[in-house]
Design a protein around this ligand. Structure first.
Ligand SMILES: Nc1ncnc2c1ncn2[C@@H]1O[C@H](COP(=O)(O)OP(=O)(O)OP(=O)(O)O)[C@@H](O)[C@H]1O
Length: 319
């Protein structure tokens, strides 16, 4: 089990980067750390891996405190692998040699089989003998991933693992990769600003803002309870509407409502809106409408004219 408590962390001569960040992970669980650029995601991974010294707080793996670079001759814990944004790959050797670097080389046939498996999984078979310096950014990122997986670690830290990989390849690749890691019972921590990735693959979600925790818990619970514009902004287009207008209570309190939670009603409702714009999104249209002084977003299967319609709130989480 990984148990991290970071009371405070600052780089020398700089302001506090992380403050009161803590989480617990069981073996085989996947935590996604979600947050905007500069909120401290990479710093958190570097602290966990042991590249940075944690003075205020503790990181415990299976009951044993991790002591950080001040106590380790070679920075980095041996049971963990970090796939960082600046890839840990050797540019002047081939893809296959890079992937094989951490294998123990006792049984060449077995090693070769493992390399082939990984090249296949990361769609790198065609580049087996290509020198890494000749590859694109996305291909290099896939080599770094294959290399980290060659001997599957107990804990894998992934810093924006798909940031350089095009959408076309990314969807298939990350499904394959996370399935493989789950089957290997590997504990995973990914830093990402891609909420879709966090929602699809993680068990737990930690949302950071300026180094502090904005939300932490089971991924589905964090999503369902996104009760601030900052949190909801990661997950999609939303409106902030009075409870009374969406019919959930008579209070003056407001609620965050995602676009897919509003539908056109054939009957009159308190939510009478005027359509302003329709944005094509492929599977449907995102409709921008005005309600009194505020903007309301909802989905529609077809483009809508600039007319007045009534909307109804559907709470899809309770079904
Ligand atoms: N070596 C360093 N020395 C001083 N400040 C640093 C150092 N590395 C990062 N920082 C600062 O720490 C803060 C957090 O940076 P970090 O790289 O952890 O954020 P991030 O969430 O991973 O960002 P991104 O998504 O852009 O990679 C930023 O304000 C950054 O400028």
């Amino acid at each position: 089990m990984l148990n991290a408590t970071i009371s405070s962390f600052s780089y020398p001569d700089s302001k506090t980067v992380l403050k009161e960040v803590s989480f617990k992970l069981e073996k085989g669980e996947h935590l996604a750390i979600l947050g905007e650029s500069g909120c401290g995601k990479s710093t958190l991974l570097h602290l966990l891996y042991g590249l940075l010294q944690l003075e205020e707080g503790e990181i415990i793996w299976n009951g044993k405190p991790l002591l950080g670079p001040a106590s380790n001759l070679v920075p980095g814990e041996s049971f963990m692998k970090l796939v960082a944004q600046e890839f840990n790959i050797m540019p002047f050797t081939s893809v296959a040699e890079n992937v094989a670097e951490y294998l123990n080389r006792v049984n060449p046939e077995k090693d070769n089989q493992r390399v082939n498996e990984l090249l296949d999984a990361l769609e790198l078979k065609d580049f087996r003998n290509t020198k890494v310096k000749l590859l694109s950014g996305g291909q290099k990122q896939r080599v770094a991933l294959a290399k980290a997986l060659a001997k599957t670690p107990d804990v894998l830290l992934l810093d924006e693992p798909f940031s350089n990989i095009d959408t076309f390849k990314k969807r298939n690749l990350r499904r394959k990769l996370f399935k493989y890691l789950k089957e290997s019972n590997c504990t995973i921590i990914t830093a990402t600003h891609d909420a879709e990735e966090a929602l699809q693959f993680s068990d737990k979600l930690l949302v950071l803002k300026e180094g502090g925790v904005k939300a932490y818990g089971k991924t589905k619970d964090v999503y369902k309870n996104s009760n601030t514009p900052y949190l909801a902004g990661f997950f999609g287009d939303f409106s902030v509407l009075p409870n009374a207008v969406i019919g959930i209570s008579n209070s003056l309190e407001t609620k965050i409502v995602f676009a897919h939670q509003l539908v056109i009603s054939n009957e009159k409702t308190p939510l009478k809106v005027i359509i302003k714009n329709s944005y094509f999104k492929g599977a449907n249209y995102l409709i921008e409408a005005s309600y009194k002084d505020s903007i309301v977003y909802f989905n529609s299967p077809s483009i809508l004219k600039k007319e007045t319609v009534y909307l109804r709130y559907i709470n899809d989480y309770e079904s």
